[in-house]
Design a protein around this ligand. Structure first.
Ligand SMILES: [Zn+2]
Length: 228
């Protein structure tokens, strides 16, 4: 006889980049095992892959996590983690002066999506030629060593003038590289600004080290803080 089916509660998650609301279930023991294994490896790429896999499973395939921008991946994972094992994460703050460890409890709901007011995905590179940028996917960011030039090439979505729109997917990588190669340094910097001002998930913790009294500011933005 089949064992009884265990019903799992669901909850809604908003995906910022697509403005969609997706129903998800909490992660289960099998997924928690996967996350613990990735966390113990200490490897960022492994952790990102595990986050992607768990989000795909818990959204029942409705989210394609590999294609999400990194901030959406983080934001959805935090929500999922809060719903599954609670919204508190315990870890040590390490003093920048003396290295003293101070245990702390972080409320994951405090990690917010920060959006810079001057951020735009539409960048004019001359008076009449502009580019529309797309966010790097979490897959691209799993590759930490990607040079900024390659990042720009892979994130140009469209190139437009007053009368034409060119979709980057209609061109080869070589053609796009060649186009970016011909930008002036100022034009290139304008495009790089898109990545600098892109939405980011983070939370600052300010505290005084109990051992040496140094004032510390710790930026919590790494995937490693979300697992434990
Ligand atoms: Zn200290």
């Amino acid at each position: 006889m089949a064992l009884p089916t265990i019903a799992v509660p669901t909850f809604d998650v908003e995906v910022y980049s697509t403005k969609e609301t997706v129903e998800m279930r909490p992660f289960l023991v099998k997924e928690e095992k996967l996350l613990i294994m990735a966390s113990e490896s200490g490897d960022k790429e492994n952790m990102i892959r595990a986050m992607q896999q768990v989000i795909n499973s818990c959204s029942n395939g409705k989210i394609e996590a590999e294609k999400l921008p990194f901030f959406d991946l983080q934001s959805i994972f935090i929500k999922l983690r809060s719903q599954s094992i609670g919204n508190e994460s315990e870890f040590n703050l390490i003093c920048g002066e003396c290295g003293h460890k101070t245990p702390t409890t972080l409320n994951l709901d405090d990690i917010k999506l920060n959006i810079s007011p001057e951020h735009t995905n539409k960048i004019m590179i001359t008076d009449d030629i502009g580019v529309i940028m797309k966010y790097p996917t979490s897959d691209i960011l799993a590759n930490e060593d990607m040079p900024i030039f390659d990042l720009v090439v892979s994130c140009v979505d469209k190139i437009f003038t007053q009368d034409e729109i060119h979709d980057s997917s209609d061109y080869t990588t070589e053609e796009m590289e060649d186009y970016v190669d011909k930008l002036t340094s100022d034009q290139f910097e304008k495009i790089v600004e898109f990545f600098i001002t892109a939405p980011k998930m983070f939370h600052n913790i300010e505290y005084t080290c109990p051992k040496c009294q140094a004032e510390n500011t710790v930026v919590i933005d790494g995937v490693e803080n979300f697992f434990g």
